[in-house]
Design a protein around this ligand. Structure first.
Ligand code: MG
Length: 350
């Protein structure tokens, strides 16, 4: 492990981190790309002998890497803070160290929340006065693939009450028809910016409504707000922003453009800003979804702490990998089961 720590002081925050490579169960096929691994970086933030866990996940589209996250974390001087409960000050310092680097920032934010929860002996959701019983079902993602693989994935997903289907190639209707030939569960679709024509997009959303689809995520290019606003105005289904929103500062301009937003810790720099995003989205009368990247149970369990607040959860990133070093949040009968353990509720697998 790399260490950035001031020697000679006991009760100070010290940060350690190491790169890790997630192995995916299936190749991750999107409208425009395919991959079999995802780089992540695991962090530990220690204070007075107590360790909080965090994680940065770096899917290629966000532009971060093992190298960039390492560079970002190495420059941090968290030893300057003697009180870990100075959460706003600490995270403002981290955020101010460089532009971007949202996954790197999230890895500190998550570890800090875990640490504070452990120091207080309380789960994060409990400290925010949320109830585990209010955690929603999570969708399970079926990626773009050949029909036989899609059938296999749908069979394996029998325990989930909502399926999220990735669209955005030329076979969108076939994908839905294959899934519908096997199950009646509600589905959501994610086009990952794959649709280019607004008229065709509207026709597709009308057809998807008839197929029992709940909402459509990021149908068009992230900067094509004109077409998206037109689609949202005319669509029979809610249209949810994913790639079009990263941070709190992106939210205001999306009012009236999208029906809601998909909030992810790796995009918005962590739990602290995610909570502000949820509050502001609600004030703007927008739907809220919480999502994730391919991540270990560390970052997914962190995001799950917020799940009692959202309309829809898509927290399956840890279920799509074969080498999860953590255990934490579970899914039972399709529903998110928040651990009662303090912080984000994770422990290292034996
Ligand atoms: Mg998405």
């Amino acid at each position: 492990m790399t260490t950035t720590q001031i020697p000679g002081f006991k009760k100070r925050l010290s940060l350690r981190f190491k790169p890790f490579e997630l192995q995916l169960k299936y190749p991750f096929n999107l409208a425009s790309s395919s991959r079999t691994t995802t780089p992540v970086l695991l962090t530990e933030l220690e204070f007075d002998g107590v360790v909080g866990y965090g994680e940065a996940s770096m899917p290629p589209y966000l532009g971060e890497s093992h190298e960039s996250v390492t560079r970002f974390l190495q420059q941090l001087d968290l030893g300057q803070f003697q009180d870990p409960f100075q959460l706003e000050e600490i995270l403002a310092y981290v955020d101010g160290c460089a532009e971007g680097n949202t996954a790197a920032k999230a890895s500190v934010d998550i570890a800090l929340h875990d640490l504070l929860g452990k120091l207080q002996g309380e789960a994060c959701y409990a400290s925010w006065k949320l109830r585990a019983a209010d955690a929603p079902e999570t969708s399970f993602t079926i990626g773009i693939d050949d029909e036989s693989i899609v059938r296999q994935k749908v069979t394996e997903a029998a325990a989930y009450k909502i399926l999220k289907i990735k669209l955005g190639r030329s076979n969108d209707k076939e994908m839905i028809q294959v899934v519908r030939s096997m199950t009646d569960v509600p589905i959501s679709v994610d086009a990952n910016q794959g649709w280019t024509d607004r008229i065709a997009a509207l026709e597709m959303t009308c057809w998807l409504k008839e197929q029992g689809v709940l909402f459509v995520e990021q149908p068009m290019a992230k900067d094509d707000l004109d077409s998206t606003a037109w689609l949202t105005e005319n669509s029979p289904l809610p249209i949810i922003a994913d790639e079009s929103i990263q941070r709190l500062s992106d939210l205001e301009k999306l009012k009236g453009v999208f029906s809601g937003v998909n909030i992810k810790l790796m995009k918005c720099s962590g739990l602290n800003e995610a909570r502000k995003l949820i509050d502001r989205a609600r004030a703007l009368d927008m739907k809220v979804m919480i999502g994730c990247m391919t991540e270990t149970s560390c970052a997914v369990s962190a995001a799950a702490q917020l799940s009692p607040l959202v309309d829809w959860a898509d927290l399956d990133g840890n279920l799509l990998i074969t080498n999860d070093p953590f255990e934490g949040v579970r899914v039972e009968d399709g529903k998110i089961k928040l651990p009662a353990d303090p912080g984000i509720g994770v422990r290292l697998r034996q």
